[in-house]
Design a protein around this ligand. Structure first.
Ligand code: SF4
Ligand code: SF4
Length: 642
């Protein structure tokens, strides 16, 4: 019966239009397109007139096509990260695609050249197909309207967006007029009235788009396709005159395009550890601040970006970012916040505008001692000797990279020692470099590219001189910096995080039972390297895994990244405390970490928020090492072949 009723559905259309109505239609279309173009022009001028992205390349095209298919056509990211509103948004988007043919035919009908024959098989199918989409779009847009104007999640901001309400109303009317035309007489006055209402709604809708957040309808497919393929990909500074993002003249076309694509959904802010712990930084406002700057000053302006006319673009905000990447990961329209935030830091550091005693101390420590903790390299020598770590001489398979934390921090040293025990037990041949300097990670994230470049070049030279082919390390920051950021200066040897190394040997690791372990995903291993399963595989050999409410790609930062571990006191609530509370709330006996920075942050945080019996805090290497038999005096315990 229902199938029959659907089959009988016909879309009522007006009879032929007289010449006067056709002329009216032409005038309305010209006016609509004219206003659309007039409103779009300054935006296009601002994007096109911005500085060229000299590092831009369409390659890898395959990755771009896949991202476009997955994120735009499938709306997969939007749905995965916010299932209900995401699905509602996806229905509106898919509905627009389904309606493209209906809309073209609708306008063509006004000129007597409609091409969809609603009496034919395809036409009959398409009427029903579009009707289903019209229903889904109408319900979805009504739901999104209620969410935005009644529920009002705080991430959307305090300002009520009238234009959003108008747009939602117009979309609803487009669907309603289509559906109503299924129930009126073909060629009658009602059909004519509905046709004109549908047409006028369409022609009013179009010019509203530019200059509002609904510009994302036009721009975001392009932005997603064109965005930088790497996560947190920083453009190379070009020559001695490029200081980073100092003024409007430094904003690139990519940054401008992304700023105009922002749909103001607030996902970035919702997941930002700085914003959610009461700091000044708000990644959505950073993007909107760039947009307002361009609107007010245009590209090429000499007016400073930080601490200028846009309150969101403040020095304080720029240096509160932990570079956790949650904003960039979450953004549904391809906005990449990190090149902007770190670009602003570059501008502030390179022009001397950023004055911070902790920052100065850190940079001096990196310059003089070559490590971020400012310790003498003799301390590392003593540690290596005490642990009897062999020096890498080219004969071993792996170079075990200690990093600043593994070389100088007491807990980092414990982690590296336990990981070395695991490697020895597995029979893996490794050695450490006689001398190591910081990878430059904190300098890079804080915008000091000169210092970063020096350290990267020295590191690459050290590996080449020692003949290193494979590196393994306990620090995800070191992995990221050497594998990706160093590429500006050369190619580092093959790199692995210790979680990846141990996961490959999981079948050889000792099995332990009896406790619950909650694993915390470090930002630089998860979002930056897409490594989520390996550390869990390793931790699962030592107990039963439980998950914190926010985990994997939604994991909450520990607060240490972006060089912040070395800067002074945080304002607002401590990020590490918020995360530690979440981990404690799981009731797990042990917190498993895979980054020495996370470990340090939680060590302090658990003292404050861990309660009377805080969980144990162990790196995954320590979890494994705990299960190993104690090292014998004369030989390592070997648990399997490498
Ligand atoms: S990278 Fe993290 S801390 Fe920085 S703005 Fe984005 S979400 Fe906030
Ligand atoms: S930058 Fe992206 S995530 Fe943030 S508000 Fe804009 S569209 Fe949403």
């Amino acid at each position: 019966m229902i199938a029959m009723a659907f089959y009988e559905l016909r879309l009522a259309e007006p009879a032929a239009f007289p010449l006067a109505e056709k002329m009216l239609l032409v005038a309305a279309i010209v006016a609509s397109l004219g206003v659309f173009a007039w409103r779009l022009r300054p935006i296009a001028r601002n994007v096109w007139g911005s500085k060229k992205d000299t590092d831009f390349s369409l390659r890898p095209v395959g990755t771009r096509v896949w991202t476009f298919f997955w994120e735009v056509l499938c709306q997969a990211k939007v749905i995965k990260q916010r299932p209900l509103p995401g699905l509602a948004h996806a229905f509106v988007f898919w509905g627009f695609l389904a309606f493209a043919l209906v809309t073209l035919n609708h306008v063509a009908r006004g000129f007597g050249v409609g091409f969809l024959q609603y009496a034919g098989a395809f036409g009959t199918f398409y009427v029903v197909f579009a009707a289903v989409w019209a229903l889904l779009v109408a319900v979805s847009i009504a739901g999104l309207f209620v969410r935005r104007f009644v529920v009002r999640p705080k991430w959307l901001g305090a300002k009520v967006s009238v234009e959003s309400g108008v747009i939602a109303g117009l979309i609803f009317w487009l669907m309603a007029t289509y559906l109503a035309a299924l129930f009126v007489q073909d060629g009658g006055a009602a059909a004519l009235g509905l046709w004109w209402v549908h047409t006028l709604v369409l022609l009013v809708f179009l010019p509203i788009i530019p200059g509002t957040k609904h510009l994302h309808l036009v721009l975001s497919p392009l932005t997603v396709f064109l965005k930088r393929p790497e996560f947190s990909q920083l453009p190379k500074l070009e020559g001695d005159e490029d200081f980073g993002l100092v003024a409007g003249k430094d904003l690139t076309q990519m940054i401008a395009l992304q700023a105009y694509s922002c749909v103001e959904c607030g996902r970035c802010t919702e997941h930002c550890p700085a914003s959610t712990t009461g700091k000044v930084l708000n990644p959505k406002e950073i993007v909107l601040g760039v947009r307002s700057y361009l609107n007010e000053n245009g590209p090429g302006s000499e007016m400073v970006l930080l601490d200028g006319a846009q309150p969101a673009l403040s020095m304080e905000a720029a240096f509160e970012c932990t570079t956790c990447g949650a904003c960039e990961f979450q953004c549904p329209v391809g906005v990449q916040h990190l090149p902007v935030l770190i670009g602003l830091r570059r501008g502030a550091v390179n022009t001397g505008a950023w004055e911070d005693k902790y920052g100065t101390k850190l940079f001096l420590a990196l310059e003089k001692q070559g490590n971020s903790l400012g310790m003498s390299s003799a301390e590392r020598d003593k540690f290596i000797a005490k642990q009897e770590f062999p020096i890498f001489d080219g004969s071993q398979e792996y170079c075990l990279w200690l990093g600043c934390m593994g070389s100088y921090d007491p807990k980092g040293r414990e982690i590296v020692s336990d990981f070395a025990r695991v490697m020895r037990a597995l029979g893996t041949q490794f050695g450490v470099l006689k001398k190591e300097k910081c990878t430059g990670d904190p300098a890079r994230r804080l915008g000091n590219d000169l210092l970063f470049g020096d350290l990267a070049e020295q590191g690459l030279k050290a590996f080449a001189t020692a003949g290193v082919k494979k590196i393994v390390t306990i620090c995800p920051h070191c992995v990221r910096t050497m594998a990706t950021d160093w590429q500006e200066y050369g190619v580092a040897p093959e790199l692995e995080h210790h979680s990846e190394f141990m996961a490959r040997h999981a079948h050889l690791l000792p099995k332990q039972v009896g406790e619950n372990i909650v694993y915390h995903d470090p930002c630089y291993l998860g979002r930056y390297r897409d490594v989520y399963d390996e550390p869990r595989t390793v931790a699962a050999t030592a107990g039963d895994l439980v998950e914190a409410e926010r985990h994997r790609e939604r994991s909450f930062c520990c607060g240490a990244g972006g060089g912040l571990a070395f800067l002074g006191e945080e304002s607002g609530e401590r990020v590490s405390h918020v995360r530690a509370k979440e981990l404690v709330a799981t009731g797990a006996q042990t917190i498993g970490t895979a980054c020495p920075f996370c470990n340090t942050m939680f060590r302090d945080a658990l003292g404050a928020v861990g309660g009377e019996a805080p969980p144990q805090l162990l790196d995954i290497a320590q979890l494994v090492a705990r299960g190993l038999a104690e090292r014998s005096e004369d030989a390592d315990v070997t648990i399997g072949d490498n």
